[in-house]
Every structure is written in structure tokens, then in C-alpha cells.
Design a protein around this ligand. Structure first.
Ligand code: AMP
Length: 186
């Protein structure tokens, strides 16, 4: 995972000097339900790592039913724990860049449209951020089994939600969140 970032993939604003002074532990959720889902999750993990988000651990990959009013293919989901010196806004911009690079399109008015890649910032250290572009902790994370289960796999022992104090290093198993094994093994 040490290859340099693809220059076409990283915003100019994320170049050298855009980092914060101190490495911060971050947790990111990955999801995909279009295309080669497994490859896109692997590719996104590698791109994050190459762009200054040092991956410390990635959860197993899970297959989950899409939460949507319209019928959709199932998702693959995972969570990574990483350290980065990127400020939160730059981390979000990187996530959006990687989503675009892996073919994400956003049909107007369809927030839950199927996607080749979804990258969400779950936690940025213990920071609470509420700006028009970024809400951290991610507002839906506690309610989503497809986040809670893989998050518990990689959470630092004793990790708690910065606002509610909910323990995040454990999660009840959910029948809707199933370990994924593709033909190459996971
Ligand atoms: P979606 O990809 O549909 O989950 O939504 C992405 C949009 O949500 C981005 O354009 C962000 O501005 C916004 N957003 C707000 N908070 C977060 C977060 N914690 N992680 C990712 N996107 C966020």
C-alpha cells in the first residue's frame, strides 16, 4: 500500500502542506453495491493509504442488504482504522475524490442510489464537527449495523462515541450483516 497517490485522483488542495501537525486516529466506513464491489473496496483502501491516511486495520468485508425504498443489489461494507495528519475537511475531500475516481455518480434527488463506492468519515479522533459539509461523528453510525459490526472489529479497546459515550468496540451480531467470501477468499 506504499504506492504514491494517482495525481489525477487527489485534489490539488491536498498536496504537501495541507496536513495537520499531529496524527489523528480516524475511522472510515466503506460501502459498494455496484460494479466489482470487492475490488473497489480494496482499491479505495489502497488509495487512502497512498494519500496520507495510513491504514492500521481493516475489518473483514461484510455483505448487507441495502437500506432503501427501491430494490437494490446488496452492499459490501467494511470499516478501516487509520491515522492521518490531514485536517477533517481535507480528509472529506479525499474521500469524495476517491469516490469519484472509482465511478461514483450522484443522480439528483436520489440520496440512496446504488453506488460503486461510498466513503464516510465516522470518527476523527474525539472531535465533534458540525459544519454544512461535514458532521462527525457520522450522524447515522450508531443506528447502522453495517457500520457497528465492522467498526467493532477494528476499534481500539475502550473506544466510545464522543457524544453519547456508547461503546464502539463491541456490537451485537446482526443477521443482516454477513461475512463475505468471494471466489478469491476474503
Ligand atoms: P453520501 O455520499 O451520500 O453519504 O453523502 C456525502 C455528503 O455528505 C458529502 O458531500 C459531505 O459533504 C456530507 N457529509 C457530511 N458529513 C459527512 C461524513 N461524516 N462523512 C462523509 N460525508 C459527510
Amino acid at each position: 500500500m506504499a504506492d504514491p497517490p494517482d495525481p489525477a485522483m487527489v485534489s490539488p488542495a491536498l498536496g504537501a502542506g495541507a496536513g495537520a501537525d499531529v496524527d489523528v486516529d480516524v475511522y472510515l466506513a466503506l460501502g459498494a453495491n455496484l460494479g466489482d464491489r470487492r475490488r473497489q473496496i480494496d482499491d479505495a483502501t489502497a488509495r487512502l493509504d497512498a494519500a496520507g491516511v495510513a491504514i492500521a486495520a481493516r475489518s473483514p468485508i461484510y455483505e448487507t442488504d441495502a437500506v432503501s425504498d427501491e430494490p437494490q443489489p446488496p452492499y459490501l461494507n467494511a470499516v478501516v482504522r487509520a491515522t492521518t495528519a490531514l485536517p477533517p475537511e481535507a480528509l472529506l475531500a479525499l474521500c469524495l475524490d476517491i469516490e469519484r475516481a472509482l465511478g461514483r455518480v450522484r443522480p439528483p434527488g436520489r440520496d440512496k442510489a446504488p453506488r460503486t463506492l461510498d466513503l464516510d468519515v465516522l470518527l476523527y479522533g474525539a472531535r465533534v464537527i458540525d459544519t454544512p459539509a461535514l458532521t462527525v461523528p457520522h450522524p447515522a453510525m450508531l443506528a447502522r449495523a453495517f457500520v457497528r459490526v465492522p467498526l467493532a472489529d477494528v476499534a481500539a479497546p475502550g473506544l466510545r462515541h464522543p457524544i453519547t459515550g456508547d461503546p464502539l468496540d463491541r456490537s451485537p451480531p446482526s443477521p443482516a450483516v454477513r461475512r463475505f467470501r468471494d471466489s478469491g477468499g476474503a
